[in-house]
Design a protein around this ligand. Sequence first.
Ligand code: AKB
Length: 312
Amino acid sequence: MKRIMVTGALGQIGSELIDKLRETYGAENVLATDIRECTTQKGPFEVLDVMDANRMRELAKEFKADTIMHMAALLSATAEAKPLLAWNLNMGGLVNALETARELNMQFFTPSSIGAFGPSTPKENTPQDTLQRPTTMYGVNKVAGELLCDYYYHKFGVDTRGVRFPGLISYVTPPGGGTTDYAVDIYYKAVEEGKYTSFIAEGTYMDMMYMPDALQAIIDLMEAEPSKLIHRNAFNVTAMSFEPAEIAASIKKIIPTFELNYEVDPVRQSIADSWPDSIDATAAKEEWGFKAQYDLDSMTKEMIEKLTDRLK
Ligand code: AKB
């Protein structure tokens, strides 16, 4: 049975990932850590600032963890607002987590992102291996992170694995500071107010995925037979690509009076414009059987049902 330590466990992905890991591997085998205190955990929890390399290593050692899932990071819009902080935290935290994995011989996962691509990357059906010259600090962090994870694999034999996540949509923990966050906010506002003002312009396509598919992808990749992996850091994964009017049309099938307006945020719009419209996940499908269960309409149905139960 795996013994997994998760950083950033109270974040958008981390908070659902720890529940899924605890269901899969047993609550006692998953150590959740975060910079914030939490008193409502259903398993082991420790406060950890990922910049504190010694504490990270000591916690992993005490817990006898054999896997680290490093989720703590600043997202694209926050990183653009605070570039130096993003460099220090995103890269510093990653190096500490990789060093912990190297010293303790642990398997390693960290997410990359569609943000690892830039304006010179082919926009449609973006290949697994292609030009990566991002123009955002987040993108610079993600490309550097992918290379560093590959370096730790080749140089030190650390079993590093990663995916390039698209925008992730969930009704559990809201994201913060991302460019794709509009595609989560829209569901909350649809249920609460019946209307939404999008900070992303009409016609802007980005890849997206429903959180249950993202969590399953992490588990499937980490369980994959290593000899099958030609790529490691990081695999393109996606479930759908849409623009704001298309998500609004999907919502209108359930809430016919829903209204969408636009008030574009130039910073987040320029980040979105630098990212692909749709990426190609063939390598992930072929090398470890990646498959998404949800499309736009099935995700919309579940998001609206769950948020209606919670918010009304
Ligand atoms: C963001 O918008 O910053 C993230 C991402 C796509 O990596 N959701």
